[in-house]
Design a protein around this ligand. Structure first.
Ligand SMILES: NC(=O)c1ccc[n+]([C@@H]2O[C@H](COP(=O)([O-])OP(=O)(O)OC[C@H]3O[C@@H](n4cnc5c(N)ncnc54)[C@H](OP(=O)(O)O)[C@@H]3O)[C@@H](O)[C@H]2O)c1
Length: 263
């Protein structure tokens, strides 16, 4: 399928590993110019930049300045055609909802919600000029509230609502806004050191594998029997950013292997 993404200026936040890295790679392979931000861009993005038109940017996207900084880095190549608000982070809250402090709430809202709001604000003039597209990476937790990730689920629900409001305002100006809501994906957020599985496993006194099995089983299991791969999220992001999805806006796509059982 021809996506016509060649030479497009694409911003990907949180792009040094996991889903963001897979998205940066997928756009780069389509011939786009990818401006890829993280606090530590690291080796994988560096390798990608040797072969493709990829510009790693060192940036803290939990700050207001960081959002402006990454968009400015992209605008050096032209107005932004595609913004992928991917950055996010989750900390398991195993001590009960009342134990989550103000500081923890603010940090979670900053990186999962305000970061996307700020980066969008900075990129919007360019996106309107190019009649571009925004793809937000949400989560099934936006419709699956859970005390163990209470602040993250609230932030992702907010992101989904923000995306819908934004689509109503800016799509008449040519900018499409869509959300991808993954279930568990094979990245460090779930499976890495200090990730969800390890933390939950330690609290339960079981191995990482047993913790994954317990959480997935508790949610009713995957119909496909497996986690989503980062590349599968990236393929959907490519489609939603391309003109092939030209009449899709304000939509939210679940990619979870059938984990969510309701319609
Ligand atoms: N993995 C899942 O199961 C899953 C499921 C549903 C939704 N999601 C969502 O998908 C997105 C990506 O998740 P992932 O699993 O790929 O996460 P990940 O593996 O933990 O990667 C997070 C990325 O964000 C960057 N990052 C974190 N904090 C940052 C900050 N303050 N400033 C700049 N960059 C920052 C990290 O790089 P640095 O550390 O170098 O900054 C890294 O590149 C998130 O929005 C997440 O909520 C993930």
């Amino acid at each position: 399928m021809e996506l016509n993404l060649k030479n497009k200026v694409v911003v990907v936040t949180g792009a040094s590993r996991g889903i963001g890295l897979a998205i940066a790679r997928a756009f780069a392979q389509e011939g786009a110019r990818v401006v890829a931000g993280a606090r530590t861009p690291g080796e994988a993005l560096g390798e990608l930049a040797k072969d493709y038109d990829v510009v790693p940017v060192t940036v803290d996207l939990a700050t207001a300045e960081g959002a402006v900084q990454i968009v400015e880095a992209a605008t050096a190549y032209g107005p932004v055609d595609v913004l992928v608000n991917n950055v996010g982070a989750v900390t398991p809250r195993l001590g009960g909802i009342a134990a989550v402090t103000d500081e923890e709430w603010v940090a979670t809202l900053n990186i999962n919600l305000l970061s996307a709001i700020r980066t969008t604000r900075a990129a919007l003039p360019g996106l309107i000029a190019t009649e571009g597209a925004i793809v937000n990476i949400g989560s099934v937790n936006s419709i699956l509230p859970d005390p163990s990730v209470v602040d993250y689920a609230v932030a992702k629900a907010g992101l989904a609502s923000y995306a819908k409001s934004l689509s109503k305002e800016v799509t008449p100006q040519g900018v499409r806004v869509n959300t991808i809501s993954p279930g568990p994906v094979e990245t460090d957020m779930w499976l890495g050191s200090g990730g969800l599985a390890e933390t939950i496993g330690e609290a339960m006194g079981v191995s990482l594998e047993q913790a994954v099995a317990a959480v997935v089983e508790g949610l009713g299991g995957f119909a496909t029997g497996r986690f989503t791969r980062p590349e599968e999220v990236a393929d959907l992001a490519l489609f939603l950013a391309s003109e092939r999805s030209g009449n899709i806006t304000g939509a939210d796509f679940t990619i979870d292997g059938g984990l969510i059982k309701t319609i």
